[in-house]
Design a protein around this ligand. Sequence first.
Ligand code: MN
Length: 130
Amino acid sequence: MQHQPGDDVVWSAAPEDWFTGRARFGGQYEPAHEADLNVLGVSFEPGARTDWHTHPAGQVIYVLEGTALVQTEDGDRVEAGPGDTVHSPAGEVHWHGATSDAPMIHLSITYGGATEWVGRKVTDKEYGDQ
Ligand code: MN
């Protein structure tokens, strides 16, 4: 058994190239085996969000604090609160982030390879359609 106390988690800045606003990664779990499971916490300050992206085998987001905004390219948009999960299927272009007035933390669960960034920021207009 391996226990990592929350106080020991090192949070590191998420790359500006792939995020708008301030976001951090923490609590990452990356076992070295073929399942390629990737579990990490992602903390967003108010207004922060990812760029548009996909996941090769999809993603499950589990919201821990705040309200997560998750939107797909075709305009579907959800607001997910603590305890909610949001599943994005493989290859679906989407973004996720905090609301403009409160921070948000979610757990990200993926496997099958790294996030694929499609090279577009979420504009203030796209973000503001809430
Ligand atoms: Mn995602």
